[in-house]
Design a protein around this ligand. Structure first.
Ligand SMILES: Cc1cc2nc3c(=O)[nH]c(=O)nc-3n(C[C@H](O)[C@H](O)[C@H](O)COP(=O)(O)OP(=O)(O)OC[C@H]3O[C@@H](n4cnc5c(N)ncnc54)[C@H](O)[C@@H]3O)c2cc1C
Length: 335
């Protein structure tokens, strides 16, 4: 059922905890109703789609229209002896979906435990953690094209998934995702490539999906600030890709610098390392700062505005550029 409200404060709808107001706030748990609603708008492109607000920064203190899909439901749509296809509504909390899968021994998303946000946003930046990305299990994405109100189904290839990127992120705001279908495995094979996860699991002799989930939750709880206590949106920046010449310069400074090959000529560099080596770790500037354990996470110490957060991020970008000649790009969505 559609619910339309005026002048809704967004403070509690974003994990950064910055103030903003939606002139019109639209909520619905029905995909057809939302499609009809966007079709009726004179300018559907201006309506902002909001999930859990864990990857957005409201810089402008007013949004004309916010659409908040709360479409629920998780169901098995097909299965074989080896695999199972599960369709989840966009408004399901991502971690509830992961828990649902782990409880039933459906493997593939357990390493993505405890990531905040909704199922509907998971394809947007192809969420990833601990050696797994959502693209490995997403089979199809069901969406409404905002300008026409038409339903479109994207297969995995059409989603153009990449590191923290997708067709939807490149075409920001054009599609309202209503449901995602995942292909999960009934044959569990643990993915413990990630060093921290391997260490955490050493204590467990019997490796189960639930053990992996609990290990991921334990690492994340120790490493990342809880948005309920300290406003943040996880990693503010993407890990940059650098060429071999630049990677050699970095290695001369620190032979242990975290660099991962992505192709013959290119390397993925840790943004956290770059930020830390510019002296930002644990710093505070007014109401904002770089987290003491994870400097890639910008935090709101209380009362910050989106503009203050963005200005602080810009200082980090400039200092990393001056010191290393590498320009960091935000991972989060600035609105
Ligand atoms: C503590 C913390 C840890 C995090 N860790 C990780 C991590 O390990 N890995 C990772 O990848 N991310 C991580 N994130 C970022 C965030 O959780 C994910 O990007 C998540 O997918 C965002 O979901 P959301 O529902 O909150 O999206 P929002 O923040 O509400 O929106 C994000 C973007 O998606 C769009 N969008 C949202 N819903 C829809 C929809 N139904 N249809 C179309 N567009 C939509 C929005 O318009 C916006 O552009 C973390 C965030 C926090 C706060």
């Amino acid at each position: 059922m559609i619910n339309i409200r005026q002048e809704v404060p967004l403070l509690l709808y974003n994990t950064f905890g910055v103030p903003a107001t939606a002139s019109v706030f639209v909520e619905s748990d029905d995909a057809t109703e939302l499609a009809d609603f966007v079709r009726s708008l004179p300018d559907p492109s201006s309506a902002f789609l909001l999930g859990g607000g864990s990857n957005v920064l409201f810089v402008s203190n007013r949004c004309e229209m916010v659409i908040h899909p709360v479409i629920k439901g998780i169901e098995v749509t097909a299965e074989t002896d080896d695999d199972v296809w599960v369709r989840a509504g966009a408004g399901e909390a991502w971690d509830d979906f992961v828990s649902w899968c782990v409880t039933r021994n459906y493997a593939g998303v357990e390493n993505l435990s405890y990531i905040p946000g909704t199922v509907g946003a998971s394809p947007i930046q192809n969420i990833g953690a601990y050696g797994t990305e959502a693209k490995e299990t997403i089979e199809t994405v069901e969406a409404v094209e905002k300008t026409t109100g038409q339903t479109v189904i994207f297969n995995n290839q059409q989603c153009q998934f990449d590191y923290r990127d997708s067709f939807f992120k490149k075409n920001k705001g054009k599609y309202l995702i209503t449901a995602v279908q995942f292909k999960l495995s009934k044959r569990f094979e643990p993915n413990v490539k990630y060093a921290d996860l391997k260490t955490e699991l050493v204590r467990n002799t019997h490796m189960t999906m639930e053990n992996i989930r609990q290990a991921v939750i334990s690492i994340r709880s120790q490493k990342l600030p809880d948005p309920a206590e300290l406003g943040n949106a996880g990693s503010f920046f993407k890990n940059p890709t650098i060429n071999t010449a630049k990677s050699r310069e970095i290695c001369e400074l620190d032979p242990q610098a975290p660099l991962y090959p992505v192709s013959h000529e290119y390397w993925k560099m840790s943004a956290a390392w770059l930020i830390q080596h510019c002296g930002w770790k644990g710093t505070q500037d007014g109401n904002v700062g770089a987290h003491k354990r994870q400097p890639i996470v910008i935090v709101n110490y209380g009362g910050a505005t989106g503009k203050e957060v963005l200005d602080f991020a810009q200082k980090i970008i400039d200092s990393v550029d001056r010191k290393f000649g590498i320009r960091l790009e935000p991972e989060i969505n600035v609105v």
